[in-house]
Design a protein around this ligand. Sequence first.
Ligand code: NAP
Length: 239
Amino acid sequence: MSRSVLVTGGNRGIGLAIARAFADAGDKVAFTYRSGEPPTELLDLGCLAVKCDITDPEQVEQAYKEIEEKQGAVEVLVANAGVTRDQLLLRMSEEDFTSVVETNLTGTFRVVKRASKGMLRARKGRVVLISSVVGLMGSAGQANYAASKAGLVGFARSLSRELGSRNITVNVVAPGFVDTDMTRVLSDEQRAGIVANVPLGRYAQPEEIAASVRFLASEDAAYITGAVVPVDGGLGMGH
Ligand SMILES: NC(=O)c1ccc[n+]([C@@H]2O[C@H](COP(=O)([O-])OP(=O)(O)OC[C@H]3O[C@@H](n4cnc5c(N)ncnc54)[C@H](OP(=O)(O)O)[C@@H]3O)[C@@H](O)[C@H]2O)c1
């Protein structure tokens, strides 16, 4: 079975691992990138690189048109693109807050809404949103990021009710701390502090997030929707 898959923010980090996992399994994979050159690793696997900033509605529309033309309507959407802009509340500007929400929550709304058109027509589809353990537990200095990631949970659960009768599942993966550019900016001391609270005592590798995403998009997960799947080494237990 070769499906048409789209992974936003697939040019690096977790998104790249997700795109690679679907391509390795034989799916047709498109991934978005914003600037520079897309990774040759994915191009060599036959993936379709689509330039797209998810904060721009026109670029999103263009990206979908290109994907539909080249590999068919999106059957599996992984909304992975996300940013952080950490700051304590009193120092957090309007721009710090709205730009993170605009990318992580509104950008996700935008790509999911567009994908849902084809899925509704096909009467099947899989949507996986990449949230974060921080959206469930909260994190000092990340009120903007946590709010956007918590918002994804309400968004997914609403859509799972709205789209379930059309055989479209909508699930959330909530990673803990993953070894990518996003967490490489943390100091050794901050990293040690985080790991001390993770029952499994280490960061995740991006491939470990990709494995859960692939499962939620697989036939084996046909009866799972509206779920929030933690892939966090036990960090968020109980949240
Ligand atoms: N790393 C972690 O510990 C962790 C934990 C929990 C959740 N997450 C979530 O997992 C997802 C991937 O994170 P990561 O660690 O792989 O981060 P990353 O290495 O910083 O990569 C972020 C990806 O998102 C893309 N992106 C950002 N803004 C975008 C926009 N406006 N339009 C299109 N693409 C955009 C980036 O594209 P460019 O290359 O063009 O910037 C990049 O591909 C994010 O949603 C993040 O919040 C990460």
